[in-house]
Design a binder for this molecule. Structure first.
Ligand SMILES: [Zn+2]
Length: 323
């Protein structure tokens, strides 16, 4: 997908739901898109949302992937021992600490400087993850698996993690219906419980750090680990890290996927069940376990009881009550 980079500061631009304006979340600059760009992004989002509707066989998935990868960009790095590293990427996400390149079966993080040892923080936090002994759901699949690292000729670092070909950043789906956002919240609550169990806080949960597989409806938390820390330790700015920080990120992510740029923009809307709006504007519970229980109640109030479903049915069949 085309990347919109801020002309002012080089940060990545975030599109509004109508794809008419883009805003830089670092310096606040706003740009008006031309019609051609607006059409391009709306088409792209429609295509991504189609993947979520299910019913696609393996062949269709491969055709989808080829179509998407036809427009990939590439970036070249030179390692400290003069090896050329070519990265073909679908999407780039720029943060103050690093650029993330979403490649076909990897995500490559390029850390700008090693002053804060961000690559090292990333690795340390990921290796602090702990899973319940009866981890029947293979929860570790939804967290980064680091496969390599390179020191570059200019003194910066690359960190490489693996992903499956069908995992895309949530950002690439534009905005989604309440029903899709509901299953994403369920997965994120689950991931926040793993963070809670591990005594970790991840304040950077966002549409850029969460990756989803539209076919299996799984969500993974791959980005932003350079901001993660142990619970009850000091965060930059002098605040104590609490589960609250992870759970606020979850709410912000869900709000953004519904088309509300910030949590403070969340309003009642006819296409979003009221209990869901109430959940998004609620103060997170003290622990992720309690917050998940609150979300479960919200889910039933918003969409009705869950039915038993086959693994390959789509979300439209999961909930009795249609929005
Ligand atoms: Zn900017």
């Amino acid at each position: 997908m085309k990347n919109l980079i801020c002309k002012n500061c080089g940060g990545s631009m975030v599109l509004d739901p109508s794809a008419r304006t883009a805003r830089c979340h670092y310096c606040g600059a706003t740009y008006l898109l031309d019609h051609q760009d607006t059409d391009y992004f709306l088409d792209f989002y429609r295509q991504m949302e189609r993947f979520l509707s299910g019913g696609q066989d393996e062949t269709a998935r491969r055709i989808n992937a080829e179509a998407i990868w036809n427009n990939a960009d590439s970036t070249r790095f030179t390692s400290v021992d003069n090896q050329i590293i070519d990265v073909r990427h679908l999407h780039t996400y720029r943060s103050p600490y690093c650029d993330a390149y979403v490649a076909r079966s990897n995500i490559i993080f390029h850390f700008h400087q090693n002053l804060r040892s961000d690559a090292e923080v990333y690795s340390r936090m990921v290796s602090s993850l702990d899973y319940p002994s009866a981890d029947v759901r293979n929860l570790s699949d939804f967290f980064p698996r680091i496969t390599g690292g390179f020191r570059l000729a200019d003194g910066t670092h690359l960190l490489v993690i693996s992903k499956t070909e069908d995992e895309y950043p949530l950002r690439l789906f534009g905005t989604l219906s309440a029903r899709h956002v509901a299953w994403i919240i369920s997965r994120l609550e689950n991931l926040c419980c793993v963070l809670e169990f591990s005594g970790l806080v991840h304040p950077g949960i966002s549409p850029d750090t969460v990756f989803i597989d539209p076919y299996t409806h799984q969500a993974s938390l791959y980005g932003g680990w350079w901001e993660a820390c142990k619970v009850n330790t000091l965060r930059p700015g002098g605040k104590m890290a609490r589960s609250f920080d992870s759970l606020m990120g979850l709410r912000q992510t869900a709000a953004a996927m519904l088309g509300f740029p910030q949590l403070s923009d969340v309003r009642y809307r006819p296409d979003v069940p009221k209990p869901m709006i109430d959940f998004l504007t609620s103060i997170p519970k003290d622990t992720a376990y309690e917050d998940f229980a609150l979300w479960d109640k919200t889910l039933i109030a918003a969409f009705g009881e869950r039915k038993f479903i086959q693994m390959d049915t789509d979300d439209g069949q999961i909930y009795r009550k249609r929005v």
